[in-house]
Design a protein around this ligand. Structure first.
Ligand SMILES: Nc1nc2c(c(=O)[nH]1)N[C@H]1C(S)=C(S)[C@@H](COP(=O)(O)O)O[C@H]1N2
Ligand SMILES: [Mo]
Length: 345
């Protein structure tokens, strides 16, 4: 019998800040399972078990699959980054000055041929682009995948005309928030000025936000009012995620019921490293003594790896499933994710 956990909508992972999940309805039919090699696990004497000692299954086997088009529902996105991340790094949408749609302008200036201002209506009349993109904070666990709508930054810059020697672009909000970036990087990555996330306008007074593939979210300036082109002596570096935010993984299931021996338990979650390929997702059901590795080298690096792991409970007990990701440069998630579940005889 197939059993599903509840899926986390907005919750905490131990030590890793907030994670976001998906709605229960996204759980697909279970893939075919192969359990041939998993022999009967040795019984564990319950009386030996202290509160934190979980029952162990070495070399856990299950049905593994992944997709990359799983999106975060936009309401959750807005919640997540609008309130949850506030304390860590981001100003929430509602905290931006109230500026009516008609009064909101983006000024394109600095070292350009023609300084100009453009309003939202005009931006929305330009050639629009829709793209599935990841927004991942480099300083906290927050991550989301969304379909965003907007215009190409290159189109906006082109209308101003780039001045001689310009190598730097900075997207600023009214308070001056914004980090300088190499212009060439922003062009190569096909950065967007986004006005819709998941088909909905940005929340609060955000109006416009920069989105750039493979780039941490501190560069995703919200409520952009100024795009500045400049000549830097030294081209700024684009910083990646903090070490402890490399190879992000999470199990999004929450335990909402107990299981019986023979039940199929469907776990799911994501793995991502902001543009560095995730080459494997690994699971442990014995506290990290053994890890079973599933290959994800066919994944692209633009979207997160949204994995499914279907496990058939073989024995009664209290278990902890750990998951970690491995990237192409050998990074192993410093913050593994885990979930505890119970199996009855
Ligand atoms: N104007 C402005 N934009 C900002 C920030 C900010 O403090 N002010 N924080 C950044 C950081 S660190 C993150 S993680 C993202 C999070 O918000 P988002 O979901 O809107 O991308 O916004 C980015 N853009
Ligand atoms: Mo962030």
């Amino acid at each position: 019998m197939k059993q599903s956990f509840g899926i986390k909508v907005l919750g905490c992972t131990v030590g890793a800040g907030m994670v976001i999940g998906t709605l229960g309805s996204v759980v697909p039919a279970a893939p075919a399972l192969a359990f041939g090699e998993a022999g009967p696990a040795s019984p564990v004497a319950v009386w030996q078990r202290a509160a934190v000692d979980y029952d162990k299954v070495p070399n856990v086997q299950g049905g593994f699959s992944f997709t990359q088009d799983q999106l975060t529902p936009s309401d959750e996105m807005f919640n997540l980054f609008g309130t949850a991340a506030t304390a860590i790094c981001a100003k929430p949408g509602y905290a931006f000055d109230e500026v009516s749609r008609e009064e909101y302008f983006v000024n394109v200036g600095g070292n350009v041929e023609q300084v100009y201002s453009i309003g939202l209506d005009e931006i929305e009349r330009m050639d629009k682009q829709m793209k599935q993109m990841r927004c991942t904070c480099g300083m906290s666990a927050n991550i989301a995948m969304a379909s965003v709508t907007g215009v190409k930054v290159s189109d906006i810059v082109e209308m101003a005309g780039v001045g001689a020697g310009v190598n730097t672009i900075t997207f600023k909000d009214k308070d001056g928030y914004g980090l300088p970036m190499p212009l060439s990087y922003v062009m190569e990555k096909d950065a967007m000025l986004v006005y819709q996330i998941g088909g909905k306008p940005l929340p609060g007074n955000e109006r416009l936000q920069v989105w750039i593939p493979d780039t941490v979210a501190k560069y995703f300036t919200r409520a952009v009012t100024d795009i500045e082109l400049s000549v830097s002596e030294e081209v700024p570096e684009v910083e990646g995620p903090d070490m402890d935010q490399r190879a992000k993984v999470s199990i999004l299931n929450t335990v909402s019921e107990s299981f019986k021996v023979g039940d199929l338990i469907a776990f799911e979650g994501y793995a991502d490293d902001c543009g560095t390929q995730v080459v494997a997702v690994e699971f442990s059901l014995d506290g990290g003594e053994t890890w079973t590795s599933y290959d994800t080298t066919s994944s692209n690096t633009e979207d997160w790896v949204y994995w499914h792991f279907d496990y058939v409970a073989e024995q009664p007990g209290t278990f902890k499933l750990d998951v970690r990701a491995v990237t192409e440069d050998g990074t192993v998630s410093p913050l593994a994710s885990s979930v505890v579940f119970e199996v009855e005889a």
